[in-house]
Design a protein around this ligand. Structure first.
Ligand SMILES: C[S@@+](CC[C@H](N)C(=O)[O-])C[C@H]1O[C@@H](n2cnc3c(N)ncnc32)[C@H](O)[C@@H]1O
Length: 319
């Protein structure tokens, strides 16, 4: 989750805060005001988000998504999003729904979520899965983050952060989603993911640590169907986005070229107001809360080399 480094700093400050009580009160008032404006923004922009993201001719006709059903789904997703805490925006949930509604039912495969915390996204994924007739497989430790390794570049204190006990997640999904669609696989990714067998049409990864992202991609990408999607939360940190453009990673671990990442970079996410870079001095009202995604078959490789331009192989056409 993008605000982890911020949050961890608040929970485990490296140096004692040196701001006066007056300044603290001001900050608190400012935070509340911005949160209120944020809530109003989401509420007011909700209908337009639905119109923009659900006006698609690519939704498969077999799902029968006329506008009455689209509004019913949107309202349910919105209410759930308000009811169960999650770091993913409502628009992010709509974007995932839109992509799942495009995939033809003839393409077999499950939806996989890696990192569910309290089940805020799980709940909405289960609702969407029920419409498109797919299973939802949820991987998590249900004990929060593991201890970071050195290359994660995180404080050891983040261990255990975002702990969502499995009973809490199940109860949230039971109350607001479709529990029957879900299978929960508890454990550390390095132990559980290598045993994954089912084809995947869409995988949602929100796991904070580089080591966890690595485990998710290395183990699950090979199960992704042709043109299957990977949605990714950590899109505001350039070094995390770099994973999707790293020729070394994709060559060494997955024997392919990097797929790139849509909506990535400094947080100019779909319909959001973040200008980045995150988190340096970003006003609270510009908090980045969207998602990025890639798709099997995308190609994010830079292949123009001036000296070799005359001889290089034909490049992929822009799509
Ligand atoms: C930021 S939270 C996920 C938030 C959630 N996607 C949402 O929408 O609210 C990160 C989750 O990843 C899980 N996680 C991270 N690394 C893991 C690992 N190596 N093995 C198992 N679970 C892990 C944590 O337990 C936590 O639930």
């Amino acid at each position: 989750m993008k605000w982890l480094s911020h949050r961890a700093e608040r929970q485990f400050p490296s140096s004692p805060a040196r701001i006066s009580p007056r300044q603290q009160r001001r900050n608190a008032r400012y935070g509340k005001r911005m949160a209120w404006i944020g809530t109003q923004y989401h509420r007011l922009s909700m209908p337009l988000s639905v119109v923009f993201l659900f006006s698609s001719r690519r939704f498969h006709p077999q799902y029968g998504m006329n506008w009455r059903r689209k509004w019913a789904l949107s309202l349910r997703l919105y209410r759930n999003w308000r009811n169960v805490r999650t770091g993913i925006s409502y628009k992010g949930h709509l974007a995932i729904a839109a992509k799942l509604l495009e995939i033809p039912p003839s393409v077999k495969g499950a939806v996989v979520e890696c990192g569910c915390w309290l089940g805020g996204t799980t709940t909405n994924l289960s609702v969407i899965c029920d419409i498109v007739g797919r299973d939802l497989i949820v991987y998590d430790s249900f004990e929060g983050l593991p201890a970071p390794v050195a290359a994660d570049n995180m404080k050891p204190e983040v261990k255990g952060a975002f702990c969502g006990p499995i009973d809490v997640v199940r109860e949230n999904v039971r109350r607001y989603g479709v529990l029957e669609r879900c299978t929960f696989r508890k454990g550390w990714f390095k132990d559980t993911l290598p045993h994954h067998t089912e084809p995947i049409v869409l995988c949602f990864i929100d796991v904070d640590l580089k080591s966890s992202m690595h485990d998710c991609l290395v183990n699950l990408w090979p199960h992704l169907t042709d043109q299957g999607y990977v949605f990714f939360d950590e899109y505001t940190h350039l070094h995390n986005c770099a994973l999707f453009f790293s020729e070394r990673f994709w060559h060494d671990y997955l024997d392919t070229t990097p797929p790139g990442l849509m909506g990535s970079g400094t947080g100019v996410g779909v319909g959001q107001y973040c200008l980045g870079p995150w988190p340096d001095g970003t006003p609270a009202i510009q908090r980045p809360t969207s998602l990025a995604y890639t798709r099997k078959g995308f190609n994010g490789r830079w292949d123009y080399v001036p000296d070799e331009a005359g001889q290089s192989a034909p490049t992929e056409r822009r799509v």
